[in-house]
Write a new protein. Structure first.
Lengths: 269, 269
DNA sequence: CGCCAGCTTGACTAAAGTCAATCGGCGTGG
DNA sequence: CCACGCCGATTGACTTTAGTCAAGCTGGCG
């Protein structure tokens, strides 16, 4: 499953991330590098864009963590997704003219905006990369169902346990080290609360509780998973990052049969 | 914007729904009818499928309401989305081999399963319909952001107000009557609670409260919106159903330029 | 060394959940 | 036609969970 990487690919989280899921040829790698051509450096706490902005680009995260959030006019805030290096951000907003979320850094970060039209290039040159892009967008949708369940029906400790396992699971893929048990979380407890739907104070208490139970250890911003099975049981976590099915797109599913040989990506208007 | 409909299309909610957003040609209508060829009738409270089922189909809702829900093993349940006639259900699950949600009826309903490969047919024959299918999937994703904000950061009355406005907004599109102010909600208060993340008892109280404030009127399962502006202000509702941008797909965005004339939908493996 | 952001803790408040009793409509069967 | 039973809504009383406010505390950094 894992592609052989060239030396120069080692610094691209995007390539590393994608090559976990599909084999990448030279052309594929070249295309991914093109997505990362433009770099924008952002300090901690800066916005990449805001809700309502006229968005012509998607973004690749090159370094640092960011998050997307939505807010109410009285200051209440809900973080919707945390983005790691190698993530592609902004797919859902393709459907609307203006950004529906705010994108902001957790720490200093570099993002790579690329124009929507690059998606077409992907289709033309690297259908398997296009398939992965689309499939990752669908998976984001599925993962959001877990978030909805978390916010609607889970207790504070369950939420926190879920968040920890989710972050670790993603970092394992991104780092290539599937045994990873520790991470630095560059979020303060107010931000964590905005992510899991709690107040900063309650985040502190819930953290203490699962630490006291021996499920995790903490030191500053570092969190170490000590009892993964118990965390899973507590939070009903299911790892959705291990596998991904791009076949629906390339072959339109296992049940794809028949001729359909004259298929064509629609021409621009 | 609205296509001229043939007499025989009047009974297809799918056609009515889609023709709100794009002009449908004869071929398009034919394709949509094909998606509704197979019919499955389901009584109230029956599952169309369950989490873990091996899904080879997507589904069109022909009549009745259904909902998708996820659950915890101790019985807690979270309804993720309510589906109306004319909705296409199951796009996100394309990315995974097995269903991630349960699909169940609110009332007796007819659904039309269609195989994944029909998506390919859509691409080949009706790119604008394919574009709309994809774009609707992306919009579902965006709407889920509203749900996340609702569950994470909104009060009981805000949640209920939001739900009412959301349902009305969708029924307006589906019915073609944009002035609609009343609806029958075929959900009991336990189900409503599972949708907005509250207990059945608290749903009752919140309903009473916004009714006492004159924002709505109720009679049995019927709800009438009395003060829409106030409901909007209370719930921070933004109507995402009025417009939809399929251009990103057909032309890959307004910024689509350049040749890209040899583009082709990837061949099946 | 002192400041400041952010974490922790305690005391109190507010919101929502739970339990239980009651009510009311509706369909069924006598 | 009426009695019964059931489901679901409502209401009250009480509990639990989480939020708020405020006071320390700590560790990094200028």
């Amino acid at each position: 499953m894992r592609a052989t990487l060239h030396m120069t690919d080692a610094d691209s989280c995007l390539v590393r991330n994608f090559s976990y899921y599909i084999d990448l040829g030279e052309e594929d790698v070249a295309l991914l590098h093109e997505l990362e051509e433009q770099e924008v450096a952002l300090e901690r706490g800066k916005h990449a864009y805001r809700r309502g902005d006229d968005l012509r680009c998607l973004h690749v995260v090159k370094t640092g963590w960011l998050y997307s959030y939505v807010d109410l006019d009285d200051g209440r805030r809900q973080i919707v997704k945390i983005h790691h290096p190698g993530d592609v951000v902004g797919f859902p907003d393709l459907a609307v003219p203006r950004a529906t979320v705010n994108l902001m850094t957790c720490e200093s970060a570099i993002v790579c905006p690329f124009p929507r039209r690059a998606l077409r290039a992907a289709f033309d040159r690297c259908p398997n990369v296009a398939a992965l892009l689309f499939t990752l967008a669908l998976r984001d949708h599925i993962i959001m169902l877990d978030t909805i369940r978390l916010l609607g029906r889970m207790t504070a400790r369950e939420r926190l346990a879920f968040m920890i396992l989710d972050l670790i699971a993603r970092l394992r893929i991104a780092s290539g080290d599937l045994t990873l048990r520790s991470m630095q979380i560059p979020l303060n407890q107010t931000e964590i609360g905005d992510y899991v739907g709690l107040s900063n104070v309650h985040v502190s208490r819930a953290f203490k509780a699962i630490e006291a139970a021996g499920l995790i250890e903490r030191e500053g911003k570092a969190v170490t998973v000590m009892m993964e099975n118990e965390l899973c049981a507590l939070s009903h976590f299911e790892n959705r990052y291990l596998t991904l099915d791009t076949g629906w797109f390339l072959g339109i599913g296992a049940d794809a049969v028949g001729p359909a040989s004259n298929s064509a990506w629609p021409k621009p208007a």
